[in-house]
Design a protein around this ligand. Structure first.
Ligand code: SF4
Length: 189
């Protein structure tokens, strides 16, 4: 697996403290792919430890999922200044690391969290493009392409600003929990 440590492939290298590597079970069937490390994650060099991480832990508890049962990584490995959106050239530059993780871990299920990770994977696997407004219609649905199965879900940070959406996102994590334990979810069949 390619190691992004010390990477200077894009200008995010100038503003980060740490390059975050993915973490979790190297034999996992399920890979969660978030957008980028937040401020706390950049400071402590750990995945999902800030406010989004606490939300993720709550959602994982809903799905009865332990962190060591899955593999978690980011689309972009360095933090985005001011939590801004990733630029396409940054995603392009960083994608070699994500592709290397997917190749090595070979998860059956890819779970992109949020718009940008889903947009990247849809393009990567030849699925139809969609607009930002169209993303909400994709979450919680199953897509198969290129030998992978994709299950787009909302990013935990979304719930920090939209707590009213909690019930729907919790249902998606219950399905992810079922995938982790049984390889699929009876709700899909
Ligand atoms: S975001 Fe990715 S490509 Fe850019 S410097 Fe960090 S590791 Fe390298």
């Amino acid at each position: 697996m390619m190691n992004p440590e010390g990477c200077t492939r894009c200008r995010l290298s100038e503003t980060r403290r740490h390059v975050l590597r993915g973490e979790g079970n190297m034999h996992a069937d399920v890979m969660l792919i978030a957008q980028a490390p937040g401020r706390m994650e950049d400071s402590e060099n750990r995945m999902f430890i800030g406010p989004s991480g606490r939300m993720l832990d709550r959602l994982m508890a809903c799905g009865n999922i332990r962190r060591d049962e899955i593999y978690m990584t980011n689309l972009v490995k360095c933090t985005l200044p001011g939590n801004r959106k990733p630029k396409q050239r940054e995603i392009d530059a960083c994608s070699v690391y994500l592709e290397s993780e997917i190749d090595e871990i070979a998860p059956k299920w890819l779970v992109p969290l949020g718009y940008y990770a889903t947009k990247y994977l849809f393009a990567r696997y030849g699925l139809p493009p969609f607009t930002r407004a169209g993303f909400s219609a994709l979450v919680g649905r199953v897509f198969s392409a290129g030998g992978r199965t994709l299950f787009p879900a909302s990013h935990p940070a979304f719930l920090l600003f939209h707590p009213e959406a909690a019930a729907g996102v919790e249902e998606h994590f219950k399905k992810i929990g079922s995938i982790v334990r049984h390889g699929t979810d009876t709700a899909f069949s």
